[in-house]
Design a binder for this molecule. Structure first.
Ligand code: FAD
Ligand code: DLZ
Ligand code: SF4
Length: 520
């Protein structure tokens, strides 16, 4: 090792061998620093599986780097002098290694990036902060795209990303198949006893077992089941999970994307978000593999386009949107929602079968699929007027793929309309009808989805009209929603009162969550 090396801190969601801070670096002139820190593990009380996933993936990644000849300084959570924060650990590592410079890749989250931006003033050596080139769209490119637009429409951004990558594009600049977006073909309700092929599950090895014991000991009061723990924790395992998705699920991914089946937790979804977000999988390579499946006739265009849109469309857009609107997005509450999150979000104890199944999956797997997050859990939070900060904390804590950059826009803007429509052109509000159409939840629910008001009526029905009525001033001028008020007005006062009083009665039954679930 030459004297005064470069110190390269790698954060828990930067577990990628081609990370920008490693480009062109000589192994004998660098020390990689990885840190398990209390601040990250507890800024919300993450699901036990999420902490286990990050720590195990970090330890495996450190071992791979060492094997490849890098010098890795790995600080465990239980190391005696662990300061508990990234900044504290970089300061201690500077004392240990006396580096001539610190090279770090920008953080994905605002909170961490703010801390990193203080490093040049705090530390005597030079600090270089590189852009995270694992995203397709840089901050500057997103800002240039957003500049002067009245509305940041995802579809327009998505087409730009299609052109940029050439994914599903013809040489003449037109989209393959003639249409940019085949979402209309991707709304099939579940059929019969729809069963997707089982996804690969990964047996914990010694490193993971050690982490599981640590999590059990230190985070026993956090939400969620720790075991069975079956997430991929290395890039090799994550590639296996991706192989299985492209072999067995991609074909049906599109049509059944919005379907929900009681007890079936992932259906045809890829279950790859945890691996993509912490760096074990490259999102663009996944899109190329999806396109290949289409070219080889193994998957229809609507499935492949749908998958690619989720990644180069939604995922990239959400990231750009986050940085465009931070830090204000955390505080946004355009609909002035103030109700506490109900206790059943943490216990799953509710007679609403749709919600209890989604919360069960969340608790058991640290995962629920998109439409469960959006149209069951999210729809409920929107209609019941739950305080956005409480909803943000919940989503950030309970999902193994949750980092604020991706959780916050989905929660605040997509489900809660808390940004006043900067992302969605209308709130994703729905009555029990939608859930009944897209799932098999209702047929065995103790509530009746066809009953609109009164005892035993599906709570989503009166809540829907309560929401519409209480936000009339705000929403009636929205051309995508305005005509709903004509239906409401045709109902007459008695019916309207029935809806409103049923909703009020239901809302009074909601027991607010006890303190300490999401934060100490
Ligand atoms: P698939 O259905 O197989 O989709 C493929 C990939 O597309 C995903 O792995 C993901 O990388 C990407 N993707 C799809 N939808 C979105 C989206 N709306 N935003 C960003 N990326 C998307 N995703 C997270 O990764 N982390 C979160 O914290 C998160 N919070 C969410 C909160 C709410 C309220 C909602 C409605 C959605 C949230 N999502 C989040 C998006 C989406 O639900 C998950 O990415 C998806 O369920 C992950 O499962 P999968 O890998 O099987 O996804
Ligand atoms: C989510 C998480 C957790 C629970 N713990 C750590 C940790 O101890 N060390 C670490 O480097 N990263 C952790 N992470 C992921 C980070 O929160 C994530 O990498 C950054 O916050 C991104 O801005
Ligand atoms: Fe959910 Fe209502 Fe259907 Fe019950 S009846 S599962 S509460 S939508």
């Amino acid at each position: 090792m030459a004297s005064n090396p470069i110190l390269i801190p790698i954060l828990g969601d930067q577990l990628t061998r081609t990370l920008a801070s490693l480009h062109g670096r000589a192994k004998d002139d660098s020390v990689i620093l990885m840190m398990e820190v209390w601040d990250e593990a507890t800024y919300v009380k993450h699901h036990k599986q999420k902490i286990a996933l990050i720590f195990s993936a970090m330890r495996h990644f450190a071992a791979e780097l060492k094997e490849a000849g890098w010098q890795v300084d790995y600080v465990k959570l239980t190391d005696g002098n662990n300061s508990g924060s990234f900044t504290g650990e970089v300061a201690r590592a500077i004392e240990r290694h006396d580096p001539r410079a610190v090279h770090v890749v920008e953080a994905s989250e605002w909170r961490v990036q703010q801390a990193i931006e203080e490093w040049p003033d705090k530390f005597a050596c030079e600090v270089e902060i590189a852009p995270d080139d694992r995203f397709l769209c840089s901050h500057a490119e997103f800002e240039e795209w957003a500049e002067g637009r009245k509305h940041l429409t995802m579809e327009h951004f998505y087409r730009k990303m299609r052109r940029k990558t050439g994914l599903l594009m013809l040489d003449n600049g037109k989209p393959k198949g003639g249409e940019w977006n085949l979402d209309k073909q991707n709304r099939e309700p579940p059929k019969g006893d729809m069963k997707a092929p089982a996804r690969p599950r990964f047996e914990p090895d010694e490193i993971t077992r050690e982490v599981l014991a640590l999590v059990e000991e230190k985070f026993s009061d956090h939400f969620g089941d720790l075991e069975p723990f079956e997430w991929p924790v290395t890039s090799a395992e994550a590639e296996q999970a991706a192989d299985a998705f492209f072999a067995e699920r991609i074909e049906n991914f599109g049509p059944h994307q919005d379907a929900m089946v009681f007890g079936s937790d992932d259906l045809y979804h890829s279950m790859l978000s945890t691996s993509i977000n912490c760096g074990l999988l490259d999102p663009i390579t996944l899109c190329q593999r999806a396109e290949k499946a289409y070219e080889e006739g193994r998957a229809p265009l609507n499935s492949v386009e749908g998958f690619i849109r989720q990644i180069i469309g939604w995922r990239e857009y959400i990231r750009g949107f986050y940085w465009h609107f931070m830090p204000g997005l955390e505080e946004a509450n355009d609909l002035e929602a103030t109700r506490g999150l109900p206790e059943f979000f943490w216990t799953g104890e509710t007679d609403m079968r749709c919600l209890s199944d989604c919360i069960r999956s969340t608790k058991e797997n640290a995962h629920a699929h998109h439409i469960q997050r959006l149209m069951v859990l999210g729809n409920f939070c929107l209609l019941a007027g739950i305080d956005p900060r409480a909803v943000q904390d919940w989503y950030l804590a309970v999902y193994a793929d949750a980092y604020q950059w991706v959780e916050l826009p989905n929660v605040s803007s997509m489900i809660l309309y808390a940004d006043g429509g900067a992302l969605a052109t209308k709130p994703y509000a729905a009555s029990g009808n939608y859930i009944n159409k897209m799932s098999d939840y209702c047929k065995e629910c103790s509530y009746s989805v066809s009953k609109k008001t009164g005892d035993g009526a599906c709570p989503f029905n009166p809540l829907y009209w309560h929401f519409m009525d209480r936000h009339r001033d705000r929403l009636s001028s929205n051309h995508r929603i305005g005509r709903i008020y004509a239906t409401w007005d045709r109902m007459g006062d008695e019916k309207k009162d029935d809806y409103l009083s049923s909703a009020e009665k239901f809302l009074k039954t909601l027991e607010p969550a006890r303190d300490g679930w999401a934060r100490d």
